[in-house]
Ligand binder design. Structure first.
Ligand code: DO4
Ligand code: MG
Length: 292
């Protein structure tokens, strides 16, 4: 549980309502605005929707149980090989196709892939997953941009593009299996709305893997190392499809553990992005009991 008083102003926050369904609030410098039942992220991401978020009724601070800041049908896409560290790591791990990563890093067209539909995404405090048939699993801490229906970046959040490096390394055509599986996508802890003049090109990103209370791996990077402008990544996403309810695009990783580091069940992944907050998730392996 988190107190709304501890959430920065200007954030769109999804929480578990009294009946278990997703509810929304908007933080301000004063009391939060509590959105009425039926409010959805798509109301914020409609063209001009951001200008209307503060119309919601104010109410006192209280504790909330966070969930992923998405609607059930929000599409979450991801970009790949957008940082030199990712290009290098993929070339090293790839058994037979190192060249494709070098080529895409330098190409005009970026790598973009569908990552998750909203209802599958995990929020802060919810477990992320690793596959039972994978031997090398990593978190991918990424700045995720939240775009409105017109393709403007109206918010930012933290994405964890949890990935199987062993499956991707075997053959890049296995990318969907390496990237889309139970618990592979976390976003949150909330969406920070972007204000005029905000610089998204110099945000520090820190990540830790904790095991039994000890940090077994940590990484630090910055969006200053991103090889492409964020607007270009969004532009390519909107070249081929319309997103009438908005879309989230995770912009690639640059904090990449080496081959000696793999996630294990019970680990905790903690990602901090400057000016957004912290996304913290425990790791589980495999499918829920009924689907083993
Ligand atoms: O090409 C594979 C995916 C790369 C990726 O997810 C990243 O660079 O973050
Ligand atoms: Mg990634």
């Amino acid at each position: 549980m988190v107190s709304t008083a501890d959430i920065p102003p200007g954030c769109v926050v999804a929480y578990r309502g009294a009946d278990g369904s997703r509810a929304w609030l908007i933080t301000t410098a004063d009391e939060p605005r509590w959105c009425p039942p039926g409010f959805r992220l798509r109301d914020v991401l409609a063209v001009g929707g951001v200008d209307r978020v503060s119309d919601q009724p104010p109410g006192p601070h209280r504790e909330v149980d966070l969930v992923a800041p998405v609607d059930d049908d929000t599409e979450i896409w991801a970009a790949g090989v957008t940082y030199e560290a990712s290009r290098r790591a993929r070339m090293e791990e790839s058994e037979q196709a190192a060249d494709v990563y070098a080529a895409v890093y330098d190409a005009d067209r970026p790598e973009l892939f569908f990552k998750s539909i909203g209802w599958r995404a995990r929020g802060g405090g919810e477990p992320i997953g690793i596959r039972a048939d994978s031997t090398w699993d990593v978190p991918e801490p990424e700045l995720a941009v939240v775009c409105d229906a017109a393709g403007s970046i109206v918010g930012v959040t933290i994405g964890n593009d949890v990935s199987s490096r062993s499956i991707e390394g075997e053959n890049p055509l296995y990318l969907p299996q390496a990237k889309m599986f139970h618990g592979a996508c976390a976003v949150g802890p909330w969406i920070r709305l972007v204000r005029p003049g905000d610089r998204l090109t110099d945000l520090g990103i820190d990540v830790e893997i904790r095991r039994a209370g000890t940090v077994v791996w940590s990484g630090h990077t910055s969006t200053a190392r991103l090889h492409r402008p964020l607007e270009d990544l969004v532009g390519f996403l909107f070249r081929g499809e319309v997103y009438p309810h908005g879309v989230i695009l995770s912009t690639g990783t640059s904090a990449v553990p080496g081959p000696d580091v793999t996630l294990e069940p019970g680990d905790e992944v903690v990602i901090d992005i400057h000016s957004i907050g912290r996304l913290h998730n425990a790791v589980r392996r495999g499918l829920p009991d009924q689907r083993r």
